[in-house]
Design a protein around this ligand. Structure first.
Ligand code: CTP
Ligand code: MG
Length: 258
């Protein structure tokens, strides 16, 4: 059985706990400018299947997740709904499709607005991270249910990171101003997990542009914790990432064959 379809082991105990219902919001409304010309990024295919469908299946693979809210390109909600209906998903999983907005933040907020009241835990997962393993999804949900208001999957960095300043003249070289200690830095992935009320409050309060949801919770002064991420949860951003994603799928097919 593949990583994608293997049921999550943690499910039975936690999934039936009273009042613990988890939904995943998948922002998929971006164009994918850095990937180059073509269809919107979430609709580009990997192994013949749209990236968005991989991402929905990755969330649905967790028995802890019973609803997936897909935030589609603003003019593409009907097409996305048809696409999802055309692909098999576990019976236990409901899917809603809503149109997205101008920024990722706005798209996530529109997804949150569509959540039925009974969901008290929310994952936010980039459609652009189609290959996240189910164990990572389960780890994040369990950490939230263990009473962390916000949880991020994170990995140590391979590269050293430099902070740079503006060039002295337009087009000039950038002066390096600092080197944060690499061992204390983490690269943060999705799904990020939240107590619903906390994430809704963060989206209602923080107005400046951010690149992830957890940083909005940090701005509220609430604790955010990191759990181990996974190298297969990388974000498909540039053309080379498509090559890597196809290679990961090929490796999974090979492993499934033996
Ligand atoms: N996203 C969204 N709504 C937007 C912009 C982004 O739902 N207005 C989503 C993307 O579809 C993606 C996730 O947010 O799943 C992460 O964003 P990113 O990787 O930056 O994707 P794009 O914005 O599509 O890519 P680019 O920045 O290269 O245009
Ligand atoms: Mg973007």
């Amino acid at each position: 059985m593949s990583d994608e379809s293997r049921p999550s082991p943690a499910a039975d105990a936690a999934g039936t706990a009273a009042g613990a219902r988890t939904a995943a919001v998948i922002p998929a409304a971006g164009r994918g400018v850095r990937l180059g010309p073509g269809a919107p990024k979430a609709l580009r295919t990997l192994g013949g299947t749209p990236m968005l469908v991989h991402a929905v299946r990755a969330m649905a693979a967790s028995r802890l997740v019973s609803l997936v809210v897909v935030v589609a390109p603003p003019d593409g909600a009907t097409e996305v709904k048809a696409l999802i209906d055309a692909h098999a998903l576990p019976e236990r999983t409901d899917v809603l499709v809503v149109p997205g907005g101008e920024s990722r933040q706005e798209s996530v907020r529109l997804g949150l607005d569509a959540l039925p009241p009974e969901y008290d835990t929310v994952l936010v997962h980039d459609a652009a991270r189609p290959l996240v393993p189910v164990d990572t999804v389960d780890t994040v949900v369990e950490a939230v249910r263990g009473r962390a208001p916000a949880v991020v999957p994170a990995l140590p960095l391979a590269d050293t990171v430099k902070e740079v300043g503006p060039p002295a003249a337009p087009g000039g070289v950038e002066p390096v101003v600092a080197t944060p200690e690499r061992a204390r830095l983490r690269a943060v992935q999705t799904p990020q997990g939240f107590e619903r009320e906390v994430l809704v409050r963060a989206h209602a309060t923080v107005t400046e542009n951010v690149t992830d949801d957890a940083s909005m919770v940090e701005q509220l002064g609430l604790p955010v914790v990191a759990v181990p991420g996974h190298e297969e949860a990388f974000k498909v951003t540039r053309p080379l990432d498509l090559v890597l994603a196809e290679a990961v799928l090929a490796r999974r097919r090979l492993n499934d064959g033996f």
